[in-house]
Design a protein around this ligand. Structure first.
Ligand SMILES: Nc1ncnc2c1ncn2[C@@H]1O[C@H](COP(=O)(O)OP(=O)(O)OP(=O)(O)O)[C@@H](O)[C@H]1O
Length: 612
């Protein structure tokens, strides 16, 4: 599923910007970049030729005698069999016009090719980044803020392509335009051209040296403040109910302003740094022309004879100045956005070695006909000092109905996450029919699992699409959707109370549904996949007692054909379980049926007493 980039391990982050770009691009993208480089070369020559072609024309207009004194012009004049000098002049004018016209066409084509390349990279790199993130382990997401990841995919990749890549192209194209025009001018008047190059080029080099470090620092600040903006905005809106009830709108506005203001300041610096030299250079260039005329007059040249040369330099200046300005703008863009390249290189290339494989790339299928087994499983969360699971040994028979109980923080969810292959134990192992759960078997195992978490994520879509979550619209089996909804005890509600039944839109995160209704949609979603193993993490807690009992009874009826594993705080939820495991401080302190535990386990009895 992933693009085939050269996958040799990137062992060091100390790669220069060209190497980083090389790593990020696929071989095909690199080839396209080389093609664009050559296209830029052609553009540069075409532009220089367009400028230069005007020189003989103006020379002839000023003094037709040149036709006979210049061997090239004489050759063209005689070969063309022109009626007179005027006809030849007309011909030269048309040649100049065609040269300039074609150089403009080639420039336009280059712009089109460049923009197409850059915009396609926006699509490709962001898609690849999303793929890379999605193939990271669950543990990665426990350490990350998801709004930051979304912001990198959507905003920072755009910044990389629209600013960094464009900037780089501007540098390449305009450097070539500058060099080719200068080479031709050197041939016409070496001294004046050299003077202009030192004058203009020197100014830009000095400017660059002056602002380079500041730009890089401010660019890194921009990335940070942009992340802050996204984070605060999404936190404020995600928790809108709490925000409103607690009246903390101003807190969020204040926090947002802090980042947003910095973001604006960094961007102002960036925009100004790119534009200010334009005016400075314009005055320098104008001063240069005045100086040039005075200098030529000083050399004893007649003003009239200078006109072709001045025209040539004026036209060259008209091309060179914007080219230099764009070149400089490109340098500013590249410096300012260096932090983005570093970040994306880290997330996309360096981290690639740490990604799991996505579905379709998984090698081993796993079978489940007998049992799930935990053997001496120890687990610690990254960055935490204490073990959360301390040597768990247990067995779960296929098609059994299993319950996990324990006080808050005893490790139930962690254990279930390990069972679902979302995280791997520090030591010990989890086996399915004797096959260890590993990177190569985990996807096949997860395909057998239907999971209903505590907080159901619902998408802003129809009931039907939410139940058949992740299935292409055309492939949805509506009969199966209904069957799953019936089992989750939500079918009657959908049919009788929703305006468009299964086609009803449920709003962002299902805001138009109650907590219990959301849970049942989540349950129907898990059941739609007809899983071998159904994992319910407090998945019926929002249901009233009677509905919960009915739902669990129906699921229980099915338990003969599927393994049901549930975490519950209400012990009565687990009354029909074949086996209940009691956890305490990361250890298994009891197991048995409800009745057995009531007889043998003091902690379990205590919990049951507290419920009454
Ligand atoms: N991402 C994490 N990083 C560090 N520690 C964590 C993380 N998630 C959970 N913990 C810690 O692990 C312990 C077990 O948490 P877990 O969620 O497994 O408990 P639980 O029994 O499911 O609790 P509850 O009944 O409240 O849902 C807790 O002490 C918790 O603080």
């Amino acid at each position: 599923m992933r693009e085939c980039r050269s996958l040799k391990p990137i062992s060091t982050e100390k790669r220069n910007f060209i190497q980083k770009l090389y790593d990020i691009l696929t071989p095909k993208e690199r080839l396209h970049a080389v093609f664009l480089f050559f296209l830029s070369l052609v553009t540069a020559f075409a532009q220089a030729f367009g400028v230069f072609s005007v020189f003989p024309f103006i020379n002839v207009v000023m003094d037709p005698a040149v036709i006979h004194s210049n061997e090239w012009l004489l050759w063209a004049y005689e070969k063309g069999n022109f009626a007179d000098e005027n006809a030849f002049m007309m011909f030269l004018g048309i040649v100049v016009f065609i040269a300039i016209f074609f150089s403009s066409i080639i420039s336009a084509l280059t712009i089109w090719a460049k923009m197409r390349y850059v915009m396609r990279r926006n699509h490709d790199i962001s898609r690849r980044l999303l793929t890379t993130y999605l193939s990271r382990s669950y543990a990665f997401f426990l350490q990350k803020n998801t709004s930051e990841l979304a912001q990198t995919i959507l905003a920072e990749v755009k910044q990389l392509t629209d600013q960094y890549l464009i900037g780089l192209f501007e540098i390449v194209i305009n450097t070539m335009i500058f060099i080719s025009i200068i080479v031709m001018l050197l041939w016409v008047d070496t001294l004046v051209t050299l003077g202009a190059v030192v004058f203009l080029g020197g100014t830009y080099v000095l400017l660059n040296m002056f602002i380079r470090d500041g730009l890089k620092k401010k660019g890194a600040g921009r990335v940070e403040s942009n992340q802050g903006r996204y984070k605060i905005a999404s936190e404020a809106l995600d928790s809108i109910k709490t925000t409103k009830v607690m009246g903390v709108e101003n807190y969020f506005i204040r926090e947002y302003s802090k980042y947003s203001k910095k973001y604006a300041q960094y961007n102002t610096y960036y925009k100004v740094a790119g534009k200010i030299p334009h005016y400075l250079i314009e005055s320098i260039a104008f001063g240069g022309i005045v100086f040039f005329i005075v200098f030529q007059l000083g050399r004893g040249n007649d003003v009239i004879t200078l006109i072709p040369l001045i025209s040539l330099f004026a036209l060259a200046g008209k091309r060179i100045l914007p080219a230099l300005q764009k070149l400089y703008g490109g340098v500013v863009q590249v410096h300012f956005n260096q932090a983005i390249l570093d970040k994306l290189h880290l997330d996309l290339v360096v981290a690639e070695e740490q990604t799991d494989e996505l579905e379709g790339e998984n090698k081993e299928a796993i079978s489940f006909t007998r049992k799930i087994r935990f053997q001496d499983v120890l687990f610690t969360y990254e960055g935490a000092s204490e073990k959360v699971l301390k040597g768990i040994n247990l067995e779960i028979e296929k098609n059994a109905m299993i319950g996990f109980v324990g006080t808050t923080g005893s490790g139930k969810t962690t254990l279930i996450d390990l069972l679902m292959g979302l995280m791997t134990p520090d030591s010990g192992q989890i086996t399915i029919d004797g096959t260890p759960l590993s990177k190569s078997t985990v996807k096949s195992w997860q395909k057998r699992i239907g999971y209903v978490p505590q907080d159901i994520y619902l998408s802003d879509d129809t009931i039907c699409n939410n139940i058949a979550f992740g299935v292409k619209k055309d492939d949805i089996d509506e009969e199966r959707v209904r069957r799953a909804a019936q089992l989750a005890a939500i079918h009657t509600f959908i049919e009788s109370e929703l305006p468009e039944q299964y086609s009803t839109e449920i709003g962002e995160r299902g805001v138009r549904l109650s907590g219990g209704q959301r849970q049942r949609i989540g349950l129907a979603r898990a059941l739609y996949r007809n899983p071998d193993v159904l994992v319910l993490d407090e998945a019926t807690s929002a249901l009233d007692g009677a509905t919960e009992e009915a739902v669990l009874k129906d699921i229980g009826k099915e338990a003969g054909s599927r393994t049901v594993i549930m975490i519950a705080h209400r012990l009565t939820t687990l009354i029909n379980c074949d086996q209940i495991f009691v956890l305490e401080g990361g250890e298994l302190i009891g197991q048995g049926t409800y009745e057995e535990l009531m007889q043998s386990n003091e902690r379990f009895r205590q919990m049951a007493r507290m419920e009454k």
